[in-house]
Write a protein that binds this ligand. Sequence first.
Ligand SMILES: Cc1cc2nc3c(=O)[nH]c(=O)nc-3n(C[C@H](O)[C@H](O)[C@H](O)COP(=O)(O)O)c2cc1C
Length: 335
Amino acid sequence: MTPGFYARRLQAPGAVLAPMAGYSDAPLRQLAAEQGALWTVSEMISSRGLVLGGESEKLTLGRPYPGEEGRVVQLFGAEPDILAEAVRRAETWFTPAAIDLNMGCPVPKVRGRGGACLLQTPEVAYGLITAMRGATRLDVSAKIRLGWDENRSVEIAQGLAAAGASLITVHGRTSAQRYTGEADWDAIARVAAAVPVPVVGSGDILTAAQARARRREAGVAAVMIGRGAVGNPWLFRALATGDDALPPAAGRARTALRHAELHVAFYGPDRYGLASVRPLRKVLPRYLPDFPELRDALVQVDTVADVAAALSPLLEDAVPLPAPVAVGAYAGRRP
Ligand SMILES: Cc1cc2nc3c(=O)[nH]c(=O)nc-3n(C[C@H](O)[C@H](O)[C@H](O)COP(=O)(O)O)c2cc1C
C-alpha cells in the first residue's frame, strides 16, 4: 500500500502550521508553506455550512491559493451523514491533502455541534471518523485536546486510531482550560507512546529550540505551531533546514508587506470596493516586535499602500525576500 499523505510528509523534519480561526487563512498558509512547513491546516469549516450552505465552493475558508498543496482541511460537526457529505464536497471543491476533524474548539457556538464537545462523548467521534473514512481515500485525522475537563486523551486517542484516524494531533490542554495555564507535554508524550498512529503535539511552542526539545522529549512525530508562527514563518524554515537565523529587519518588513499583498490578491475588494488589509492589523506588528515604534502605524492600516508607508523606514534597504524552502530540504543529520 502506498503511504498516505501524513506518512510521506513525516519522512522529512519540520513542523506543522496549526489551524487557527481568524489567522491560518490562505496567505498565512502560503507564507508558512514557502518557509518549509511540513503541512498546513485550514481554519475550521462547519460541515453543516458546507453541506447546507449556498455558494460554498467559493467559501474563502476552504479555497486554496493558486498552486496550494500540502494543506489539510479541518471540518467540525457532530453528525456522521453530514460530515461524510462535507468530506466529499471539501475534497471536490478545496483539493485538500487530507481531512481533519476538529475536536478541540471550546467556543460556545461550536460546542453542542462538535468541537471539544466531542471529548465528552468520544464514541460519537469514533463514529464520525468511520463515516469520514468511508467518504474519501484521503487520510482522515483528528485534533483533540486532553479532554473536556479532565485528561482522557490516551483513551480517546486509542479509540480514534481504532476507528481509522491516520494521525492524531493533541493540544495539551483540556477544553475547560481554554488557553490558560501551560500545555501539558507529559500528557502528550503518554498519548504518543500509547497509539499505533503518528501523534503531533501542540501547545506553547515559540522557538525552534523549544520545538526540537518538545519533539524529542515527548516522542511525537512532529510538533504543530500556532500563535508562535504568526509573524514568524521562519520557525518553519529553521525546523526544515536546521538554520535558525531570523532574516534581518528589512527582510521581515518585506515579508509583512508581501503578506498584505497576498491578502488582497486572495480576498479581492471588500463590499465597499476597498482592497482592505484591516484584518492584518493584529498580525503585521508581529513581524517586527523589535520595532515598537512602527506599531501605531501598523495597527491602523487600511490598504497595502498604508502598509508600505508604515514600513518605509525599513523597506529602504534593498534586501531580497527570504528564499523559499522545500519540504525535505534539511541539509545535515536529522535533528
Ligand atoms: C485564535 C486561535 C484560533 C484557533 N482556531 C482553531 C481551529 O480552528 N481549529 C483547531 O483545531 N484549533 C484551533 N486553535 C488551537 C490551535 O490550533 C493550537 O492547538 C493552540 O493554539 C495551541 O498551540 P499554540 O500555543 O502553538 O498556539 C486556535 C487557536 C487560536 C489561538
